[in-house]
Ligand binder design. Structure first.
Ligand code: SF4
Length: 375
């Protein structure tokens, strides 16, 4: 299976913590971008017969519903799929309407990912977002009426000012809406964002590691108690509602990214399009090669990448599958890394494979990085 990711980078406003490839929405720029994207799609191909589709952003629903439906038709014509396929669109709840969701559903959208972040008014404002809880409720109900099979809510913890109680209340409000899937991401303060300046001025406003760990625990306990399976570090699903597009990514499967800043992984080569919007539009609209950065992952690096991705998931890494794909005995090859993590209670190993413990999941990025950097 190949994942098709399409980046729609315009947003109604820019959030102060955001490090994605994004720009404030302007009609003319958004139109030119869409035309460039169509050209890039027209020139693409895939030998695979099975694809998932993910429209991410940015805020894809700054585009008119008809433009989204047209985009999906173009993708469907280019990348034939066996039914049923998973087609996800990320949306901002402020811009959702019942009629738009009906058009999405008719165009094949099967999964709606709503950027909620928090149900606590002060936290929503701290994040620079402008929606309210009522708009999220309306969006979930409209998605159900439109027949969209899977609804996911994105939430964020370690928001400045957030407490265990306020985070629990956001989670419980989310659960009460009956979503099929919840993503719970810890806030990451990236260099170059307004939040990085804020943290430099006022570090105490931000959660320390202890609080962040406690908030992560609250998320796992609350969501598991409500029947969600914690299937990946930041992702929780009701049975049958795991995100197939992301599952393919974590299984080190292939994906093709379209649009500015989009990443691809094909035939062992990882590449990322330029984040320069003008350069992307100029190249894509003329059918030229889009400036990118690429690297071929070979041998140990390729195996390390697979370990890093597999350890993000609840099932972890299968020794047999790893041996078959990379020709390596995991426990022997990574003995110097595995033993200390196992002794520290961060990694669990049995006859079939290895997976992170709950404590290990909280420091997953650090653990995974060591597998990638092993020479
Ligand atoms: S809506 Fe999302 S992509 Fe747009 S600025 Fe906010 S966080 Fe970034």
């Amino acid at each position: 299976m190949t994942g098709i990711y399409v980046h729609l980078p315009f947003c109604p406003y820019i959030c102060p913590y955001c490090d994605f490839a994004k720009w404030p929405h302007k009609e003319s720029a958004a139109r030119r971008y869409l035309e460039a994207l169509h050209s890039e799609l027209d020139a693409a191909s895939s030998a695979d017969s099975e694809h998932t589709v993910f429209l991410g952003g940015g805020t894809p629903n700054t585009y008119a519903p008809a433009a989204i439906a047209d985009l999906l038709a173009r993708i469907g014509a280019k990348f034939p799929v066996s039914q049923p396929r998973e087609v996800t669109i990320e949306v901002n709840p402020e811009l959702v309407s019942a009629s738009a969701l009906e058009i999405y559903a008719a165009a094949g959208v099967s999964r709606l990912s709503i950027g909620v972040q928090s149900f606590v008014e002060t936290e929503i404002r701290t994040l620079g977002r402008r929606h309210d809880a009522g708009q999220v409720r309306t969006a979930v109900a409209a998605a159900r009426s439109a027949g969209i099979a899977s609804v996911s809510l994105d939430l964020m913890f370690a928001v400045p000012g957030q407490t265990k109680e306020s985070w629990r209340s956001s989670l419980e409000t989310a659960i009460a809406l009956g979503p099929d899937h919840v993503s719970a991401y810890g806030l990451t303060v990236e260099d170059g964002t307004s939040y990085a300046d804020w943290r430099a001025r006022e570090p105490a406003a931000f959660a320390d590691q202890d609080l962040e760990g406690d908030l992560y625990d609250v998320a796992i306990d609350t969501l598991e108690k409500a029947g969600f399976e914690h299937y990946e570090i930041s992702n929780f699903a009701r049975p049958g509602h795991r995100c197939a597009h992301n599952a393919n990514y974590w299984a080190n499967g292939e994906y093709i990214g379209f649009g500015v800043g989009a990443a691809s992984y094909r035939n062992g080569v990882r590449s990322t399009h330029t984040r320069d919007l003008a350069a992307y539009v100029a190249a894509a609209s003329r059918g030229l090669k889009i400036p990118d950065q690429s690297e071929r992952l070979e041998g140990a690096q390729r195996a390390g990448e697979a370990v890093m991705l597999a350890l993000r998931t609840a099932q972890g890494l299968s020794f047999a599958a790893f041996k078959e794909r990379y020709g390596l005995n995991f426990l022997e090859y990574y003995a110097s890394i595995v033993e200390p993590y196992r002794a520290a209670g961060l990694l669990e190993v049995d006859a079939a494979g290895a997976r992170l413990t709950r404590r290990g999941r909280f420091v997953a990025n650090d653990i995974c990085a060591t597998f990638i950097t092993l020479p």
